[in-house]
Design a protein around this ligand. Structure first.
Ligand SMILES: NC(=O)c1ccc[n+]([C@@H]2O[C@H](COP(=O)([O-])OP(=O)(O)OC[C@H]3O[C@@H](n4cnc5c(N)ncnc54)[C@H](OP(=O)(O)O)[C@@H]3O)[C@@H](O)[C@H]2O)c1
Length: 241
């Protein structure tokens, strides 16, 4: 999807109305209980960094026994379970399953994520003729996930960076990577910003869920792996976003 400069500026205009506390302020995240839905490359990387930052994390898989070596290595703040257990455990959730699984996971866990902050990292990446891919192409990725996870306090986060880059951002010679985040929920965005900092990245508040199109696949912020100032410049964001 190619996004015009006009559409980009329109969608970013919501940022001008963003409350001051979302702009350029450092957040000190308190230790939290986080449920990771999908502990593959992205989920296990981000979740492991959260454990190291002091959070309690339950990683999930349909085969949780396969996560035993990961959790043993991470120590007592890490555990493993089925997706339903992780969704129950977390006051905050990270959604990191393949995009084709979105409708099924959204339906299966619908009684568990309502009212919870959910960081959504998913993308319709690669070829698929599934209905949910078509929907994301037509309506936007964020809006599609939001529809299948109605009631969750959704924040697009960790979606447009490579897991390897997340793992190495803190010790990168060119400076920490900027992570675009977007949400319709200001307080959920604040929680997400703290959790982004905790893994060694700098949050860049892009705007509401509609504005997240600028960093979905095909957008100018997709997998660019820039520092926060470079990313703001690329996305026409103010310096304190
Ligand atoms: N890899 C990256 O660098 C990266 C970066 C940014 C965003 N993302 C996004 O993150 C998501 C995951 O990508 P990934 O590369 O981490 O994939 P992955 O390595 O294949 O991991 C996918 C995880 O989802 C779980 N899963 C699959 N189907 C499921 C279902 N129906 N119900 C519950 N859990 C299910 C798998 O666990 P079991 O099969 O064991 O249940 C596995 O732990 C994708 O949407 C991707 O676009 C990835």
């Amino acid at each position: 999807m190619i996004i015009s400069r006009r559409k980009l500026l329109q969608s970013l205009s919501v940022l001008a109305a963003a409350p001051w506390f979302l702009r350029g302020v450092a957040y000190a995240a308190q230790p939290m209980r986080i449920g990771v839905l999908g502990a593959g490359s992205l989920g296990s990387t981000v979740g492991s960094l959260w454990v190291k930052a002091g959070h309690e994390v339950m990683f999930s898989s349909r085969h949780p026994e396969e996560l035993e070596s990961l959790t043993r290595e991470l120590g007592p703040r890490a555990s493993a379970g089925l997706p339903v257990a992780a969704a129950e455990f977390g006051t905050v959730l990270l959604l990191a399953v393949p995009f084709v699984a979105i409708p099924q996971v959204g339906h299966d866990l619908r009684h568990l994520y309502a009212g919870k902050v959910m960081l959504d990292s998913t993308n319709p990446w690669g070829a698929s003729d599934s209905e949910v891919y078509r929907e994301a192409l037509d309506n936007g990725v964020a809006q599609t996930v939001n529809r299948y996870f109605a009631g969750a306090r959704l924040v697009r986060a960790f979606s447009c960076v490579d897991a390897y880059v997340v793992a190495t951002s803190g010790r990168r010679s060119g400076g920490r990577i900027g992570m675009p985040i977007a949400s319709d929920d200001p307080l959920a965005m604040q929680v997400a910003a703290g959790l982004v900092r905790d893994v060694g990245l700098d949050p860049v508040v892009v705007g509401n869920l509609a504005a997240a199109s600028v960093f979905q696949p095909g957008g100018p912020g997709w997998r660019v792996h820039l520092t926060a100032p470079e990313l703001r410049h690329r996305l026409y964001l103010p310096a304190d976003a």
